[in-house]
Design a protein around this ligand. Sequence first.
Ligand SMILES: *Cc1c(COP(=O)(O)O)cnc(C)c1O
Length: 469
Amino acid sequence: MSSAEASDATRVARRDDAVRAALEQGLLTPDRPIVALLDVPGIRASAAALRAAFETVTAPGTPVLHAFAVKATPLVPVLRLLREEGIGAEVASPGELALARAAGIAPGRTVLDSPAKTPADLREALALGIAVNADSPQELDRIDAAVRSAATRSPLGIRVNPQVGGGSIGALSTATATSKFGVALRDEGARAWIVRAYADRPWLTRLHAHSGSQGMPLPLMARGVAETYALAEEINRHVGRRQVDTIDIGGGLPVDFGSDAMAPTYEQYARLLAEVTPGLFDGRYGLVTEFGRSLLAKHGTVLARVEYTKSAGGRAVAVTHAGVQVATRTVYAPGSWPLRIAAYDAKGRPKTGPDVVQDVAGPACFAGDLLAEGRPLPLLEQGDHVAALDTGAYYFAHHYAYNSLARPGVYGYAPAEGDPGATRFAVVRTPQTLTEIVTESGGAHTRSLTALQEIQPLRPTDESSPSGA
Ligand SMILES: *Cc1c(COP(=O)(O)O)cnc(C)c1O
């Protein structure tokens, strides 16, 4: 067994222990039939692997900031854990910035990248000294005005779209010819405009590209980085000094949703980048990375109780409490986002038995609410449990309020020291209460609509109209 396989096996064992412990310790009960779990040692290990991969390929002393893409897992305790592991934050909205700040991530370790920053967003970022990448010429105009009116410590740059092409998931491919992100580098006149923009603004010191997320082949991602590096070299040649001093290569390392393997690895990607673009790592440029999914996905599990089982048209169906509210992408686009499902018995032990083709359905009131369709699994029975694996990024932290289903509680787990097989839990997010659901659904404004217009007395014609309207 390779060391990677051994660490994958350890992670799976930790997960199985955590599932059993979640039931034993009452995190999941018949009345609270869904819970989300995060593998804390696993997250730490991924952060360490990311740091080590880039330390290996960069010249000694190269400044490197790994900024976690907050959108992947917008949970404050997770951001705090990553902060402790030396990881900063990439934010794309006032909400994400607030989460990063609540986690104590320093402005100097934060990057703002939204494509729709308001003047207030820009003012706040520049006042705090947060790095900003302008997404368009219009945004650069706004930054110009802000820089003229107040001094800032913010490192500033432009996001480019290297237009190297898309991956297998169109919605996540940001380097297509017509992507909405960044300045489209291969468009007529764009390259010359960018070089001039830097020549005119000595304070533009960064260049940013993020070529896509899940579904991008590594060589295509590496080409996006190579194009960005070549542009930085061209700008610096043109201005005759090292004005661009930092390149932000974005995130996008894909995750293997088909097995427990951590693949591709940060090490593979960093080595490929160093091969394709050695000049990026020779110490002349600082580096920023913005990985999201690859840091968290493998470390999250949604665990849900099988409420009922039935048979329909010859198909076995397990009705569970995990569906579209925690796995929105999978339910609406199952072809792009298949999830592995693990079956556990009532006590949380891995379920065995011959595979039976069955549907794993969610609780929402539409027919397509399926976590998995036609999936071979040991036949699920009432009171069993199912786990949706690899859901640590872009799943349970991205609750979808269909049917007013409550946000499940999220708990981090780690093996209890000195007690083999035992698991300790920490609260990451408490389960949403019914009172919170009512409040978030306008509960403080019950009579606002009926009070808006005075009720008119019915006129005789109204009474005689067939529709009663
Ligand atoms: C979404 C996003 C990321 C993170 O992508 P992952 O695929 O989760 O690694 C990084 N940078 C930007 C600008 C993004 O939009």
